[in-house]
Design a protein around this ligand. Structure first.
Ligand SMILES: [Zn+2]
Length: 710
């Protein structure tokens, strides 16, 4: 790491300045925005470079040197509170020698003889969010994030929703702060991302996904609304303490054992007191099990076991002399980029994928890596044939982090402007970096997914027409577009000849299809998978326009409106877009439906193949006019919130009941809420309703209101 240090003071000063800016930038992205651009290993490399230069040129250490700070100042909406005792950050070591040197420093500082045994503790370093939990007279009174070490963010309400954390610790000292890591298990992280994606698809919004479990934990904990935190599967592991009225032990391991006895989870991989060899053996054991652990870790933490020695050792700068984080080597490998392949997703998004010469990174053979988009390819300057550095960080997906042969003279790889699957034009929406195929249902890459969406539960809901069957029917060439589904009956005999089909299953499928000849218009519109038109938007549009014919007319009007509103002389693209957006929104005249929906609708009907598909489909099915019949009742005109588990009906049914009574259903309780219907297990929404003095009724009361309506 000390190689290639700057030779002159000028060079060193310039580089230290650059590093201070760069590290501060990444620190802010990591801590304040939960959106890192670089991996932890890359960040460590920057920090080590900074330290190495500072060690060589100590008189050039800057006032704003990154080595003097921990993390970034807290951000945003959460209250900022000073820690009673600073939250420190550990120095890093990267080899067994670094650990040996750590112990030699301790020995020198304490003036211990060479044969005086030094006991250590060792435990995995969880990649989560450090928190300090303050208990007064045994009751949890405050929870703070680390923040910059001095000042953290108040996340007390959020922490109360984490089941691993006791609300009370009977018999604890009057003041007792437990410190540890709030984290998300890898499996919970994967499930959360899947859920966020499904919810986004349901609502037609862009999915917000987390990059890794650490970001998911941070994003979930640092919520304004604790009920969001409650819905996220956060966990906790204790590793230390802050201010305490008295300590239940004289060694690190004894106090940790006492904290465990109070009911806090402590890592099963915690060992101590142990000697150096046993601590290093524990490091090897943990490293070997790393991939199988339920949570992400980035190293092993050693602490001097004797607390009297810890006190004597004290701190240097931001770090205690009595602790060390032994980091795992970054999981990196070099390989050759053989090709860049374009994959086309369900929404038509073109994603470049690096096809690599197979290489082992962190125990896993990697053949592909995502290149994300055209910007990423430009940033790395990669072309087929380049040597690249691959990294598997906390995230499961391997990434290319460096192009080693960037300087070789070869033309840049250019992003295709046509879909590799259907040859339709591929374009980037205004202000977006993603390139999408415009082929829609004629694109084979999108066709299966589009058809899956068309028959899915939220859309036409055709039972028995799952992915496997769709693939079979697509392969046979019997269906290529939605209307074909309604023309399967003539294939009955042929289908019966096929393996896996019996009279019963074939007839059940055909009956399920026939049952949807008069589908709900909103479900049909949603089923077409037009961008920005989710289930809710489709309903909102049809509540106002009633028929699909009217929706098509609306699209034609928007096309005409667009044509009539060209860019004015001297008008910026942005201004024009805003003006058009406003006009379209006003023209549609539906609450919560904006210009993007209108534009997407217009784009859809602007394509002749979409119009053909639409007409073909409407020749097969005839959705009745969409009428939300409302009946007068005591809740007409009100805004309702359902919470808790409803026992006699589903949420969807409850919502449609409410709408049929002329009421509006909202997702969260606010001052605008008139009535809350609470089932068993209702939590924060119920509490909020009580705070706001909103009337709360039971599911039975609700059933009475529905029954009594005229
Ligand atoms: Zn395509």
């Amino acid at each position: 790491m000390t190689s290639d240090l700057p030779r002159t003071e000028e060079e060193a000063a310039a580089e230290l300045e650059r590093l201070a800016t760069e590290i501060a930038h990444h620190n802010r992205l990591y801590h304040a925005d939960d959106a890192p651009e670089i991996s932890d290993a890359e960040f460590d490399t920057l920090m080590r470079r900074n330290q190495a230069i500072e060690a060589e040129f100590p008189h050039l250490v800057r006032g704003d040197s990154p080595s003097r700070k921990v993390g970034a100042a807290p951000s945003g909406h959460l209250a900022k509170v000073a820690h009673a005792r600073q939250m420190f950050s550990l120095d890093n070591g990267f080899s067994d020698e670094d650990v040996g040197e750590f112990l030699r420093r301790v020995r020198r500082f304490l003036n211990l003889s060479a044969d005086e045994p030094i006991a250590l503790t060792a435990e995995p370093k969880i990649d989560g969010l450090s928190c300090s939990l303050r208990y007064e007279r045994g009751r949890l009174v405050q929870a703070l994030t680390r923040g910059d070490g001095q000042i953290g963010e108040d996340v007390t309400a959020n922490v109360r929703t984490i089941r691993d954390i006791p609300q009370e610790i009977p018999g604890a000292p009057d003041i007792f702060e437990v410190r540890g890591e709030v984290y998300m298990a890898k499996s919970d992280f994967t499930a959360l991302n899947a859920r966020l994606l499904a919810e986004a698809e349901e609502s037609g919004k862009e999915a917000r996904q987390f990059a890794n479990p650490r970001n998911a934990a941070a994003g979930s904990l640092r919520q304004k609304d604790a009920s969001v935190t409650a819905s996220r599967p956060l966990r906790f592991l204790a590793w230390g303490w802050g201010e305490v009225a008295s300590l239940p032990g004289e060694t690190q391991s004894a106090v940790i054992a006492a904290i465990r006895a109070m009911g806090f989870p402590v890592s099963d991989l915690f060992v101590g007191p142990v000697d150096l060899d046993a601590a290093l053996a524990q490091y090897k054991r943990i490293e070997a099990r790393r991939a199988d652990l339920p949570f992400d870790i980035d190293g092993v933490v050693y602490k001097i076991d004797r607390l009297d020695w810890q006190t004597r050792l004290g701190f240097v700068g931001r770090a205690p002399r009595w602790g060390l984080a032994h980091k795992f080597p970054a999981e990196r490998a070099q390989t050759t980029l053989n090709d860049i392949e374009i994959q086309v997703g369900r929404t038509g998004k073109l994603t470049p994928v690096a096809k690599l010469e197979p290489v082992t990174v962190g125990g896993v053979v990697v053949r592909n890596a995502t290149l994300h988009n055209a910007d990423e390819i430009a940033r790395l300057g990669v072309r087929p044939g380049d040597r690249v550095v691959l990294q598997r960080a906390g995230d499961v997906i391997p990434q290319i982090v460096e192009n080693l042969t960037r300087d070789e003279e070869r033309p840049a790889w250019s992003f295709p402007d046509h879909c590799p699957r259907c040859n339709s034009e591929a374009v980037a929406e205004e202000g977006e970096v993603d390139v999408r195929c415009t082929g829609g249902l004629i694109c084979p890459a999108q066709r299966l997914e589009r058809l899956k969406h068309f028959v899915s539960r939220g859309a036409l809901d055709i039972e028995g027409l799952g992915e496997k069957t769709l693939v079979e029917l697509l392969d046979l060439g019997w269906i290529t577009e939605p209307a074909d589904i309604f023309r399967l009956a003539p294939h009955r005999e042929e289908l019966l000849q096929r393996e896996g089909w019996q009279e019963k299953s074939v007839d059940a499928l055909l009956a399920a299809i026939e049952a949807k000849r008069a589908p709900d218009a909103a479900r049909l519109l949603f089923g077409l998978g037009i961008r920005h038109i989710g289930a809710i938007t489709a309903r909102d549009l049809l509540k106002r326009y009633a028929t699909l014919a009217a929706i098509r007319s609306l699209a034609m009007e928007i096309i005409a409106l667009r044509d009539a509103m060209p860019v004015a002389i001297g008008e910026s693209e942005q201004k024009h877009r805003a003006r058009l957006d406003k006009a379209i929104t006003e023209h549609i005249g539906v609450e919560n439906v904006g210009g993007a929906v209108g534009q997407a609708l217009a784009d859809f009907f602007h394509e002749p193949h979409n119009v053909a598909l639409w007409e073909d489909l409407l020749a097969e099915v005839s959705p009745p006019p969409f009428i939300v019949e409302t009946r007068a009742s005591e809740v007409s005109g009100m805004t309702l919130v359902f919470t808790g588990s409803l026992e006699s009906l589903s949420r969807d049914e409850a919502k449609s009941q409410a709408e049929s009574l002329g009421a509006r259903v909202a997702g969260s309780v606010s001052a605008k809420t008139n009535l809350v219907i609470a089932g068993p297990g209702a939590g924060s929404k119920l509490k909020k309703a009580a705070e706001l003095g909103i009337r709360v009724i039971s599911e039975e009361d609700w059933a009475k209101i529905v029954a009594e309506a005229e």
